[in-house]
Design a protein around this ligand. Structure first.
Ligand SMILES: O=C(O)CCC(=O)C(=O)O
Ligand SMILES: [Fe+2]
Length: 366
């Protein structure tokens, strides 16, 4: 049986096997969201725009990711970070940042991290409703002018680069994208691959993950499971088989009955890595970097253990060739009513439900 079929411990929260056998990166212990140490970690290989595009393409195809240093203007990225934290503070303070600190620094207030989970699955699992000032501001930030301008103007160099890397005739950034704040101590993005959420199109998109600020190794950055495009493909083949009997709409949903809640593969990256016998690859990111990844590449975020209480802010953009088919459900802004990828958005005034329908629909904010 294919390993994907026998791997069925989604949402494993087994913390009994605490390991601390970190190899490769001496003196650093990185943790999965639930606090379990990642047994094996390695580093991402950096690339620069000075290298020939053929070499960068070869590397992307071989590794499933491409970490490009300095593709964006560092100062502009830091400005975006400042705008975001100012927005979260002014006209209704979410209290995500500590009073008296510079918004550009993004220093966590050290309030309960649960309050700062994005609307969606993790918030629901942690017992919070999708409501309150933080949630309202998250909805607003995704359609705010400062974010729109960042995407439309500041990230332009990515469009051109992606066009060359993926041989897209007309590279386009999909409208739907997320701004993610990963606060110290909080639960972070579970293990997944992106094609689960982009299934209404062929697996030809490419994601650009953009750290909005510097992010140290222990700062809760994105990590990739080494050589895992094949793992994502196995899962998707398995899901495709299981989903074959469903209606068209359900088949392309990341949240249909055959998927794990939220579309995640696991909330525990340590267990997942061990199961597949693969290392998690991490990096020390700088503002201006972008990491591109294949839609089958398995990734997650590690726990933010920043000793300085720095909030990890990031945005993830997806690019396609406008001339070819793509998942058109991604042509709406995140969290608007038409966004199918936030199935967990709990309506402020929920319709009266029948007793058997009361279970919450849960999806990842992705
Ligand atoms: O930033 C994160 O925590 C997750 C990002 C992600 O899943 C993506 O860029 O596809
Ligand atoms: Fe992702």
């Amino acid at each position: 049986m294919a390993p994907s079929a026998v791997y069925n411990t989604p949402f494993s929260v087994d913390t009994t096997k605490q390991t601390d056998t970190t190899k490769g990166l001496k003196h650093v212990t990185l943790r999965a969201s639930n606090g379990e140490a990642l047994p094996e970690i390695g580093t991402l290989e950096p690339s620069t725009l000075d290298e020939p595009i053929e070499e960068l393409r070869r590397r992307y195809e071989k590794n499933g990711y491409l970490w490009v240093k300095g593709i964006l203007d560092r100062e502009r990225v830091l400005q975006m970070r400042e705008q975001y934290f100012k927005f979260m503070r002014e006209n209704g303070d979410t209290h995500i940042t500590a009073d008296g600190t510079n918004p550009r620094d993004g220093i966590f207030s050290q309030r309960d991290w649960r309050e700062f989970l994005l609307p969606g699955a993790l918030r629901v699992f942690n017992g919070l409703k999708d409501e309150g000032i933080f949630v309202d501001k998250i909805f607003a930030a995704h359609i705010a002018d400062f974010y729109k301008e960042f995407k439309e103007v500041a990230t332009k160099p990515i469009d051109d680069f992606v066009g060359k890397l993926c041989s897209f005739e007309d590279p386009m950034c999909l409208v739907r994208s997320l701004l993610r704040c990963n606060v110290p101590g909080g639960e972070t993005t579970p293990v997944h691959y992106d094609q689960i959420y982009l299934r209404a199109g062929p697996p030809t998109s490419i994601t650009g993950w953009i750290p909005l600020g510097d992010c140290s190794l222990v700062g809760g950055g994105l990590m990739y499971l080494e050589d895992s495009v094949s793992v994502g493909k196995k899962f998707e083949a398995d899901f495709t088989e299981k989903n074959a009997q469903l209606s068209d709409e359900e088949r392309i949903s990341a949240f249909n009955k055959n998927m794990n809640a939220g579309g995640f593969l696991d909330r525990n990256a340590a267990t997942f890595g061990k199961h597949w016998g693969k290392k998690w690859l991490v990096a020390e990111y700088e503002a201006g970097d972008v990491v591109f990844h294949n839609p089958f590449m398995v990734h997650a975020s590690c726990k933010n253990e920043s000793p300085e209480n720095i909030i990890r802010l990031s945005t993830d953009l997806r690019f396609v060739d406008r001339k070819k088919p793509y998942d058109e459900r991604w042509m709406v802004h995140a969290y608007v009513d038409a966004d199918p990828n936030v199935g967990s958005r709990q309506k402020k005034d929920p319709p009266i439900q029948k007793e058997q329908e009361k279970e919450l629909p849960v999806s990842v904010s992705h």
